[in-house]
Every structure is written in structure tokens, then in C-alpha cells.
Ligand binder design. Sequence first.
Ligand SMILES: NC(=O)C1=CN([C@@H]2O[C@H](COP(=O)(O)OP(=O)(O)OC[C@H]3O[C@@H](n4cnc5c(N)ncnc54)[C@H](O)[C@@H]3O)[C@@H](O)[C@H]2O)C=CC1
Ligand SMILES: CC(=O)C(=O)O
Ligand SMILES: [Mg+2]
Length: 373
Amino acid sequence: MKIGVPTEIKPDEYRVGLTPGAVRDYVAAGHRVLVQTGAGHGIGADDATYVAAGAEIVADAAAIFAAADMVVKVKEPQPREWAMLREGQILFTYLHLAPDPEQLDGLLASGCSAIAYETVTDRTGGLPLLAPMSEVAGRLSIEAAGAALKRHAGGRGLLLGGVPGVAPARVVVLGGGVVGTHAARMAVGLGAEVTIVDRSIPRLRQLDELFGGRVRTRVSGIAAIEEEVAAADAVIGAVLVVGAAAPRLVTRDMLKLMKPRAVLVDVAIDQGGCFETSHATTHADPTYEVDGIIHYCVANMPGSVPLTSSHALVNATLPYGLALANHGLDALATDPGLMAGLNVHRGRLTNAPVGESLGRAWVSPADALAERA
Ligand SMILES: NC(=O)C1=CN([C@@H]2O[C@H](COP(=O)(O)OP(=O)(O)OC[C@H]3O[C@@H](n4cnc5c(N)ncnc54)[C@H](O)[C@@H]3O)[C@@H](O)[C@H]2O)C=CC1
Ligand SMILES: CC(=O)C(=O)O
Ligand SMILES: [Mg+2]
């Protein structure tokens, strides 16, 4: 199979879909890998390094999309990329379709088969291709909160950990999954007072054990969220309902209860955001203010640490990518977790939560594959 790796074009996105190390594995398995010139710039891997790994360098994205049987990316395709996808081609990348009907229409019109990293599942129901970036984003979320809390940045002027004799900041984490756990770990490490809110009581039990009583835990609900948000200096939005638009847990009215210049970091913004007042921002201009509350809503947080992130992502995607390269879409039939990743196939939407979030018709991936092989 011909594997295409275009340069990422989302603003301030420095990750790359395949590292030179991963290229070696594809080439060793008998595949050709076409890499756009400069695609590895953000991780310090120049064209010569990719060539040494066995890749062929291609001048532009159009040539990659024209030649590749499978395009391997990081971020959701941008409008000029939808236009280059075609029938029979596999797209393997993050998609985050629930808040993005225009992208869905672009993918449906292309006829491609699009597999979303964020809906691939493993045997335990975990999200193996989302988890590494959630680890990164969870850790970064506390750095973002700490930066936004600084007075010159518009925040309350508070140090997350305080100092002896002065109370630390109160950090509330909504959602105790991968992002939430890694955010809590960083916040606890810095000495902040941390509360994790989740709708799953078994998950809260695990977190209580994991942190040895060093975090407070609360069951999610309107009253609990209102109380916690009112007391918080920083709130990290880290909830997920797989594939679906994020639940809007913090309403605009709740902002009025908050301390002036407190900070909201909406990591869940890639699924539409869990604060009513969230809209996506960029690394170049990451924050804005609503009713005196600072919002940070960067949808590609791991893109700012591409060396860590590209390697962590490719470590996880490589076995799945190789299975697709070796067997094409037949790889889905033998791995129900990879089947769950199929969001679009030859003009059909194949993910139920995306369909329900957007009010669109959908069919199961297996039915779509059987109907339109
Ligand atoms: N902005 C960015 O750059 C990045 C964003 N993300 C996003 O972060 C979000 C979280 O991802 P993960 O931690 O991997 O998901 P996860 O599935 O590991 O954890 C989500 C948690 O949210 C909880 N939850 C769901 N509904 C809830 C509710 N109503 N109240 C309280 N808790 C609720 C679940 O029980 C679960 O524990 C996702 O939207 C993901 O795409 C991940 C990486 C990078
Ligand atoms: C998961 C995601 O949105 C990212 O890594 O950018
Ligand atoms: Mg997006």
C-alpha cells in the first residue's frame, strides 16, 4: 500500500502523522511511504532523515493525496484537504466530527473511508489512540491554567501552589478520565487543592485510591458543579461521552457565581466544549474573557509539544496503521475496536453518537462495509 503523510496545516500544529522510526516499520512490512517535504520540521526530522528511514519525499499535499491509498495525519482534515480526499482512500487521523458538520459533509462528499483515532476502542473499552494525547493535554492544562491565572495575563494573580502561610489555588477538574487524571496529578504535584468531579462513582473510587486521599472527589450533578465552580480559581473541562458532543456542564449563569478573573480551561473543546461560553482558540491567541472569567480553549493543545506528542501518538497508532496497510479495511472485521473507529465510509456516516449529536442518519460500520465494499 502507498501511505501518504502530509504536513499538518492547522494553525500552530507541529506534530506529524508518522515519525521516521514508524516509517521504517511500514517500509519493512513492504509498503511505500510518501512524506510531504518539511512534514517533520516540527519534530526536528528533516527530509533526509525520512529518506534514510525509507520514505519518498513529495513536493506538495496534492501529490500525496493523489497517490496515497491511506493518508495518515494528526488533526482533522481542513477544508482544502477534504477537497483532495477521494473514493476508496483511507483517512486515518483525529476527526472530532460531533461539533463539526461542515467537515462531516466534506468527508461524506469525498467518498473516503475515515477512521477517527478518538473513537477506536480497546478490549477494556478504553480509547487507545486518544489516551496519549489526553495524557499530554491533561498535563498541559495545568500549565495553561497557571499561566492564565497570572495577573498580567488577565487572571486572579494567584500561584497554583501558594506558599507556606498562604493558601494554594483551588483547581476543579470536571471529568476524571485520562485528561482529568493527568491534570490532577500535575495540580497535586504543584501543591494546589484539587477536586475531581465525575459521573462515575466507580471511577471516583479508583481516583480516591490512586491519589491516596490527596484529592477531593464529587459525583457530577448541577448542584455539585455549581458549588465547586463557585469556589474554584481554575476549572479544567475534561469530560467525554465517546464520539458525542461534550455535555455543557458549566452554563453562562454559573460564571456569575465565580470569583472574578478565575480561569476555565476547556480541554473538551475538540468535542465542542463543556462550558456554554467556550469557543475554540489557537496557541497564538489562546485566551479570551467572558463576564470577567478567563477562557482557554485550544483544540490542539498537544501540537505545542510536538516532540513528546508525535512520538506518543505514533507509539499508539503504529500497530493499527500497519494492520490497515497490510489488510486494508478487512482489518476492521478482525478488530471490533478498530471497527468502532470508522466514522465515514463511501458517503455514509457510520458513528451513532456523531449522528445523534448532529441529527444525521447513520448506519453501523459493519453494515456500511457490507453494503459498499
Ligand atoms: N484540546 C485538546 O488539545 C485535547 C482534547 N482532548 C479531549 O479531552 C476530552 C477528555 O478526554 P479523555 O480524558 O481522554 O476522556 P476519558 O473518556 O478518559 O474521560 C472522560 C471522563 O468524563 C466523564 N464524564 C462524562 N460525562 C460526564 C459528566 N456529565 N460529568 C462528569 N464527568 C463526566 C467520564 O465518566 C470519564 O471519566 C475529550 O473531549 C478529548 O477529545 C484530548 C486531548 C487533546
Ligand atoms: C485529541 C486532539 O484533539 C489532539 O491531540 O489535538
Ligand atoms: Mg477540531
